[in-house]
Design a protein around this ligand. Structure first.
Ligand SMILES: *[C@@H]1O[C@H](CO)[C@@H](O)[C@H](O)[C@H]1NC(C)=O
Ligand SMILES: *[C@@H]1O[C@H](CO)[C@@H](O)[C@H](O)[C@H]1NC(C)=O
Ligand SMILES: *[C@@H]1O[C@H](CO)[C@@H](O)[C@H](O)[C@H]1NC(C)=O
Ligand SMILES: *[C@@H]1O[C@H](CO)[C@@H](O)[C@H](O)[C@H]1NC(C)=O
Length: 367
């Protein structure tokens, strides 16, 4: 309008400019938000994701805030949360403890508490990580439920007994289903040398029997391979270790962290035993046979694998293989064998850890 004073016109111009600037700001913010959202979506790991949120002032760099973020974490990948919380780094361990403290376990029985805990992330497969997380869980449970267990070790050991019970009772591959009496018997003496109340064990057993643990992002690999000896048996071809290399058809059984092979399925004595301790497994191409894999000692050229075999005359001699080359009948069976053998190999430290705890809780004398 023409009847405005010069001053008023100037003022109007200023307002118009500020409005433009504001709109530009809003657009910039929108772009940033879209970019952040996009970045979060495409970020590979929780580690990077948290770093990104911190750098963009969207998350404070304290363990409590990060724990809160992961605990609420709607839409976050629970596998990635598990990996992050399981890291050995001092800061991650603090986050883990803050995370566990966000769980309220007061007056819950151990199965109810485990249901809640195991649903808040996906337990990673690595023994050391599982150990740290379950240790933190046991501490928190005992803190919330004073006097139920003599020590956190008791709580820890019983927690694993329950997780394994879940697998035994609900995994169709496990044929041998323990009774409540066996479950009670298996947990004798774990309360610092004393027994836990039978009533308590019975309740926990019934609870798991009636409803298995659910785990988030169950991809079919239900940790059975982590906690359980993945027994498997079947026909495979094995390349001989002698000077003349021949393929022999053998009946293989994977159990107790060893591979046993027999000439016939009905044989009582194996032709050979290969302990899997310290071995690795890899896929290999063979010009003669399909679906091959190999057991070998990592970082080693000539060392002979510790194993034994029975000669034709019945003598038991040391094996003479630097690698064991094996051929499966089908690609699927090769995959399955490799998976089971890998699990048998990697699960070992976990069993050692658990065995050490069990020894501790059953040897402590109560006064
Ligand atoms: C979650 O993350 C893991 C590895 O961090 C990945 O393998 C998996 O596919 C992810 N799951 C989903 C549903 O995105
Ligand atoms: C409990 O068993 C069910 C059925 O086999 C399985 O899906 C689930 O992953 C198991 N939970 C744990 C924590 O192992
Ligand atoms: C595996 O390695 C450990 C440590 O090097 C060694 O003490 C153990 O005897 C090895 N076991 C076998 C069966 O070779
Ligand atoms: C083991 O293999 C090496 C080389 O192939 C051979 O010299 C040696 O005699 C073999 N030992 C046994 C016990 O078969």
């Amino acid at each position: 309008p023409s009847d405005l004073t010069a001053e008023e016109r100037q003022e109007l111009e200023n307002i118009r400019r500020r409005k433009q600037e504001l709109l530009a700001d809003i657009q910039r913010l929108k772009d940033e938000i879209a970019e952040v959202a996009n970045e979060i979506e495409t970020l590979g790991s929780t580690e990077e994701g948290i770093q990104f949120l911190i750098e963009n002032d969207l998350l404070k760099n304290t363990c409590e805030d990060i724990a809160q973020f992961l605990y609420k974490g709607e839409g976050l990948n629970k596998t990635a949360i598990g990996d992050y919380l399981g890291e050995r780094d001092e800061f991650n361990i603090q986050v883990l403890h803050a995370f566990v403290e966000l769980h309220e376990f007061t007056d819950l029985n151990l199965v109810q508490a485990l249901r809640q805990f195991l649903w808040s992330f996906r337990l990673p497969g690595e023994a050391q990580k599982i150990d740290r997380m379950m240790e933190a869980f046991a501490q928190r449970y005992c803190q919330c439920n004073n006097g139920v267990f003599q020590s956190t070790d008791t709580c820890y050991v019983l927690s694993f007994a329950i997780i394994m019970l879940n697998t035994s009772l609900h995994n169709p591959n496990v044929k041998d289903k323990p009774t409540v009496e066996r479950f009670i018997a298996m947990n004798r003496g774990i309360n610092d040398g004393g027994d836990l109340p039978e009533e308590l064990l019975r309740n926990l057993y019934e609870s798991i029997k009636n409803e298995p643990f659910k785990i988030p992002e169950d991809d079919g690999n239900d940790l059975t391979h982590t906690f359980f000896n993945p027994d498997r048996e079947g026909w495979l071809l094995k390349l001989g270790g002698g000077r003349v290399k021949t393929w022999k058809r053998r009946w293989f059984i994977l159990t107790d962290n060893c591979l046993y092979y027999f000439e016939y399925t009905t044989d009582k004595e194996p032709r050979g035993i290969i302990p899997l301790e310290n071995l690795s497994i890899r896929e290999v191409e063979d010009s003669k046979k399909p679906n091959c894999f190999e057991l070998y000692i990592p970082d080693n050229k000539d060392q002979v694998i510790k194993a034994c075999k029975t000669e034709a005359d019945g003598r038991v001699v040391e094996g003479n293989h630097t690698v064991y080359r094996i051929s499966a009948p089908t690609p699927e069976e090769k995959e399955e064998w490799m998976k089971c053998i890998k699990a048998a190999i990697s699960r070992d430290p976990f069993y050692e850890m658990l065995a050490a705890r069990k020894k501790k809780v059953s040897s402590t004398k109560r006064h």
